[in-house]
Design a protein around this ligand. Structure first.
Ligand code: HEM
Ligand code: HEM
Length: 218
């Protein structure tokens, strides 16, 4: 017997799937901007223009979505708050290593947390840092034609640290680093889903996870 526990509220699930769509759209359009892999049949097709337009519109959605999730790290339930995401307490750091041994097939006990495990949240911290890096380098590149605007004021300082080609390279490289963590993330979710009965995979769709029932005295 198992009890259902409501873990992920709607804002966590919705921001998660908006994030997924944004990363996919930004990667396809970004990859095209850096390496135009389609040839337009006629000049009026305006292919690069559309790719850049979609990239910039989705970039704004991506940043607003991130801001909503950061707000929910203060307003959400006990599984969504920032204390559950930053892995820097002694207890969470200790569990980080025991969970690593489980994922490396050295330990048999699956993690018991209903929210993010310390290992998962450490991964999310790195992912969010990469999202922020892509946003800062992306808006710095975007600010170039706006010499006196707000964007230039807010992101122009990036070019005081590195050259324009280096910023572009870093922006591109960030995409591959995000891919690395996304692949790892999906693997870890599927691994935990197949080795424990806590319903981790379904939880990001309907919000519920499962624990052994208290009524059954387990
Ligand atoms: C978050 C806000 C983002 C903004 C404002 C932004 C903006 C930009 C800009 C201005 C360019 C250069 C366009 C040009 O030279 O015409 C660019 C290129 C690119 N973007 Fe983004 N971007 C963002 C996020 C992302 C993300 C999340 C990814 C992928 C995960 C991504 C992938 C790329 C790639 C691969 C390029 C081509 C770089 C190259 O090789 O030249 N971008 N982006
Ligand atoms: C571009 C692809 C993806 C990105 C960037 C991504 C990123 C994230 C992030 C940042 C979180 C933390 C949620 C929060 O607290 O705000 C998360 C949680 C989660 N994601 Fe994803 N995700 C991606 C794809 C997927 C896919 C395809 C699945 C399903 C197979 C999935 C399943 C989950 C689950 C089950 C959780 C919550 C459980 C946990 O704590 O690990 N994700 N994801």
């Amino acid at each position: 017997m198992q009890d259902r526990v409501y873990v992920w509220e709607a804002p966590v699930r919705v921001t998660h799937w908006i994030n997924v769509i944004c990363i996919l759209a930004l990667s396809v359009t970004g990859f095209y901007i850096g390496n135009p892999f389609l040839v337009a049949r006629e000049t009026s097709a305006f292919l690069m223009g559309w790719m850049r337009f979609v990239h910039f519109v989705v970039a704004y959605i991506f940043v607003v979505n991130m801001a909503v999730r950061i707000y929910w790290a203060f307003a959400g339930n006990k599984y969504a708050v920032w204390q559950e995401i930053l892995p820097f307490t002694g207890d969470r750091m200790g569990k980080l290593f025991s969970h690593m041994s489980y994922y490396a097939f050295l330990g048999k006990k699956p993690p018991t947390e209903l929210g993010h495990t310390p290992l998962a949240s450490a991964g999310y911290c790195i992912m969010y840092a990469l999202f922020a890096l892509s946003a800062v380098t992306g808006f710095a590149l975007y600010s170039q034609p706006h010499h006196h605007g707000f964007l230039q004021f807010a992101f122009g300082w990036v070019f005081g640290i590195m050259s324009i080609p280096a910023t572009r390279l870093l922006h591109h490289l960030t995409m591959w680093l995000i891919f690395y963590f996304v692949i790892l993330h999906i693997y870890l979710v599927l691994f935990q889903n197949s080795t424990s009965k806590s319903g981790i995979l379904g939880s990001i769709f309907d919000g519920y996870r499962f624990v052994p029932s208290k009524k059954a005295g387990k």
